[in-house]
Design a protein around this ligand. Structure first.
Ligand code: ATP
Length: 293
C-alpha cells in the first residue's frame, strides 16, 4: 500500500452501493442494486452484454450521475466535483473498456506523462516490467498491437499507486500468456493491499482472480457469492462417465462417491475411462443467466 502524506483513515469498506438506479430515458440501465466491496478484495461483476456493468462502473468512477440510491467509493461520493473530487481521483486507478487515443509518445513517455498527474506514482520502469512492455518501451504507443495497447492501459491504471483499481474487461485482446501474466500482476496488487473492481466476460478470469463475484442481468444483481459457491455450485450434481460395452455411459449424481463405489464393485477394480465432472463457473453462470432472461 502506498504511503500518502494526506491524513486519511483507511476505510474497511471500499465501495458501498445501495438501491442504485440509473436510467437512460425510460430505460433502467441499473435498477436498484446493492453491493459492498471490502478493502483489499477483488470483486468481479459478471453479466451479459447490456446488463449494466459499465454503467455501474462509470458511476463508481464519477463519470455518470445517478437517478436514485446511494454510492460511496473510498468513503466519498464519486459525483463530487472540484478539489475534493480531484484529491479522491488520485486514490483510484481506472482502466476503461475502450482505449484512449495514443498521442505521439513512446510507451515509456506515455507512462511518465501520466505519472506526473499523481501525488505518489509508482516507479515507471517497474510498471513497464510488470505489464510486460519492456521490449516495447521505446516504441510509439500508436504502433502497439491491440493486446499490447491494453497492457499500456493497465500500466496507466496502476501508475498512480491506486488504493482502488477499476478494470473494465481488462484482458480483451490478450494472448493466453499475456492473460496469465496479467493475472499474476493483479494478484500481486491485491497482496499489496489494492482493492480491485473487475468486469469481465471471461469466467476463468473471474475464477482465477475474484474473491467474490456478482452476477447482474437487466440492471439487477441476481446473486453475489464466491466463485466456488455461486449458483449452488458446491452442491450441484456431478456428471460421472465411463466406458461400458464399447460405449460411454453417463449419469448425474448428487452423491458421486457412492456411485463410484458401486461402479468399483461392478467392474471389480479399475473403471475404464472414468471421469467425474463438476460444473465449472461458466456452466453455472450460463444457467443463471438463462433462468433470468
Ligand atoms: P457490455 O458487456 O456489452 O459492455 P454492460 O453490462 O457494460 O454491457 P452497459 O453499457 O452498462 O452494459 O449498458 C446497460 C444498458 O444501458 C444497455 O441496454 C445499454 O444499451 C444502455 N446504455 C448504456 N449507455 C447508454 C447511453 N449513453 N445512452 C442510452 N443508453 C445507454
Amino acid at each position: 500500500m502506498s504511503s500518502s502524506t494526506s491524513s486519511k483513515t483507511a476505510p474497511e469498506i471500499a465501495i458501498e452501493i445501495k438501491g442504485l438506479v440509473k436510467k437512460y430515458g425510460e430505460k433502467f440501465a441499473v435498477n436498484g442494486i446493492d453491493l459492498t466491496v471490502q478493502q483489499g478484495e477483488i470483486f468481479a461483476l459478471l453479466g451479459p452484454n447490456g446488463a449494466g456493468k459499465t454503467t455501474t462502473v462509470e458511476i463508481l468512477e464519477g463519470f455518470r450521475n445517478i437517478d436514485g440510491g446511494f454510492v460511496s467509493v473510498l468513503n466519498f461520493d464519486p459525483a463530487t466535483k472540484g478539489e475534493a473530487g480531484r484529491v479522491w481521483r488520485n486514490r483510484i486507478g481506472i482502466v476503461l473498456q475502450s482505449t484512449t487515443d495514443a498521442a505521439d509518445l513512446t510507451v515509456q513517455e506515455t507512462i511518465e506523462h501520466f505519472a506526473h498527474y499523481y501525488e505518489n506514482p509508482r516507479d515507471v520502469n517497474e510498471v513497464i516490467d510488470s505489464v510486460g512492455l519492456r521490449e516495447k518501451a521505446d516504441d510509439y504507443a500508436r504502433n502497439l498491437s491491440g493486446g499490447q495497447r491494453r497492457r499500456l492501459d493497465v500500466a496507466l491504471g496502476i501508475i498512480g499507486s491506486p488504493e482502488l483499481l477499476f478494470l473494465d474487461e481488462p484482458t480483451t485482446g490478450f494472448d493466453p500468456e499475456a492473460r496469465r501474466a496479467f493475472w499474476e500482476l493483479i494478484l500481486k496488487l491485491r497482496s499489496e493491499g489494492t482493492t480491485i473492481f473487475l468486469t469481465t466476460h471471461y469466467l476463468d478470469e473471474a475464477e482465477a482472480l475474484a474473491d467474490r463475484v456478482g452476477v447482474i442481468t437487466n440492471g439487477k444483481i441476481i446473486e453475489i457469492a464466491t466463485p466456488a459457491t455461486l449458483g449452488n455450485r458446491a452442491t450441484a450434481p456431478a456428471r460421472i462417465s465411463w466406458l461400458e460395452n464399447g460405449k460411454i455411459a453417463e449419469i448425474e449424481s448428487l452423491n458421486p462417491t457412492a456411485e463410484i463405489e458401486k461402479l468399483i464393485a461392478r467392474f471389480n477394480g479399475e473403471i475404464p475411462q472414468l471421469q467425474i465432472i463438476r460444473p465449472n463457473l461458466e456452466d453455472i453462470y450460463l444457467r443463471m443467466i438463462g433462468e433470468n432472461r
